[in-house]
Ligand binder design. Structure first.
Ligand code: 5GP
Ligand code: ZN
Length: 132
């Protein structure tokens, strides 16, 4: 898609450090890594979010994702976070679907989540939404 930086990476119009590529997917290093080896997996075709990938294409993409995960485990570490930011409020900045792979080495302080105990009322409210 015109103006999409990840499409430009796919088309090799801008430089990236590619660690894996096949017909449907590509994995390259994030330009602002959270940890050493932080990489992004993308479908080569432009979709804004993962849920827009057609089922048959998703099957092929998933096979590539699996290969890349195995590569990461073999070459870097078996400890990593898989992160998808879907939508602006979730922190998505590049609207070409991508999966972050963030290797963990033990010392880094990431994702300081503030949680609360799930209440009965809250749980029922969400369940009602899914059942309606
Ligand atoms: P998002 O917040 O959309 O999930 O993450 C987008 C990611 O893409 C960010 O982590 C950002 O550092 C990375 N990024 C943005 N522009 C480029 C680029 O031109 N090249 C590479 N390799 N990564 C990029
Ligand atoms: Zn794109």
């Amino acid at each position: 898609m015109d103006g999409c930086i990840f499409c430009k990476i796919v088309n090799k119009e801008i430089k990236s450090y590619i660690i894996y590529e096949d017909n449907v997917a590509m994995a390259f290093l994030d330009i602002n890594p959270l940890t050493k080896g932080h990489l992004l997996i993308i479908p080569k075709k432009h979709y804004e979010r993962l849920s827009q990938i057609p089922e048959e294409e998703m099957k092929e993409f998933s096979k590539s994702v699996l290969k890349i995960l195995k590569l990461v485990e073999e070459k870097l570490t078996k400890d990593y976070n898989i992160l998808v930011n879907n939508g602006k409020k979730a922190g998505q900045e590049i609207f070409h679907a991508h999966i972050h792979i963030i290797p963990r080495y033990g010392e880094e302080k990431l994702f300081n989540w503030t949680t609360h105990k799930l209440t009965e009322e809250e749980a029922n409210e969400i369940l009602r939404k899914f059942k309606s």
